[in-house]
Design a protein around this ligand. Structure first.
Ligand code: HEC
Length: 184
């Protein structure tokens, strides 16, 4: 048989393939009962679990409150093993380093680097403790944030945080960042 000509076998197959194509395309048509029934509608409760983002101005901070003293106890139970007793584990520091950002080896911590305390709430609530993220209540997060800020000399030991007082905190490195959006 010469090359490049359609064989008899190919010609016989063509109607079969055309028929198959019709069957396949009709079975994937978008009739409502033929849409794969995967997943389920997200409930309000489920979406709330993921609606966690806090604005730098404190928008979307939840209700609740917590004190430095409450935070100290929680910190010792749930955080100190990794971050050190006073946030001083050199491999995962949470405190210290203020004034070191222009050193050859800057020490970036919550106190020396982070420009907004509201971010600390957002970060802690969504990702800590590292081995059990999202297991803290809002009150516990407020208390832990208060304690971490006390460790960094941003708050005194009698302080209590809630949505209003947290949003009012001015972090030591607040002016160390340049905004690309000058109107903000
Ligand atoms: C099992 C170890 C572990 C535990 C327990 C843990 N952390 Fe962490 N934490 C980490 C690690 C690892 C990182 C760095 C994560 C990264 O860079 O992605 C981190 C980062 C952080 C940071 C960001 C520090 C920075 O400057 O970037 C904060 C704040 C923090 N943890 C708070 C907490 C708090 C509060 C608790 C207790 C509720 C806690 N962590 C418990 C391991 C832990």
């Amino acid at each position: 048989m010469p090359r490049n000509t359609i064989s008899e076998r190919d010609l016989k197959l063509t109607p079969v393939m055309a028929a198959l194509a019709i069957v396949v395309s009709s079975s994937t048509s978008f009739g409502s009962e033929q849409i794969p029934r995967l997943g389920k509608p997200a409930s309000v409760e489920h979406m709330t679990m993921w609606d966690l983002s806090i604005g730098q101005d404190g928008s979307n901070l939840p209700e609740g409150r917590g004190s430095v003293r409450q935070g100290e106890q929680l910190y010792n139970e749930r955080c100190a093993a990794c971050h050190g007793e006073s946030g001083d584990n050199p491999r995962l520091p949470l405190a210290g380093g203020q004034g070191s950002l222009t050193d050859v080896v800057p020490q970036k911590t919550v106190g020396s680097f982070w420009p907004y305390a509201t971010t600390l709430f957002d970060y802690t609530r969504r990702s800590m403790p590292y081995d059990s993220p999202k297991s803290l209540s809002n009150n516990e997060v407020y208390a832990l944030v208060a304690y971490m800020l006390w460790l960094n000399d941003v708050l005194d030991e009698e302080s209590v945080l809630d949505a209003t007082s947290l949003a009012e905190i001015r972090m030591p490195n607040r002016d160390g960042f340049v905004s690309q959006w000058s109107h903000r």
